[in-house]
Design a binder for this molecule. Sequence first.
Ligand SMILES: [Zn+2]
Length: 74
Amino acid sequence: MSRVMADCRRFESESDCTLTIIGEEAEVVMTAAQHAEAVHGHQNTPELQQQIRDMLEPESGYVQGERQPEPFPG
Ligand SMILES: [Zn+2]
């Protein structure tokens, strides 16, 4: 199993969150959903978890330090 990444630095956010979560997909989706609820004020719903799943990147996309944020899709 390859590991995947959910990177809060990827998108601009009000809290300027710098958290990066890397692990197996199920771990990352669960942890990122809990984080999104605790820190970003989202509701931890199946829809949110699907959104997170759609935004996952391969672990190899990790960059150290600062990352240039992208506009949020949609
Ligand atoms: Zn965050």
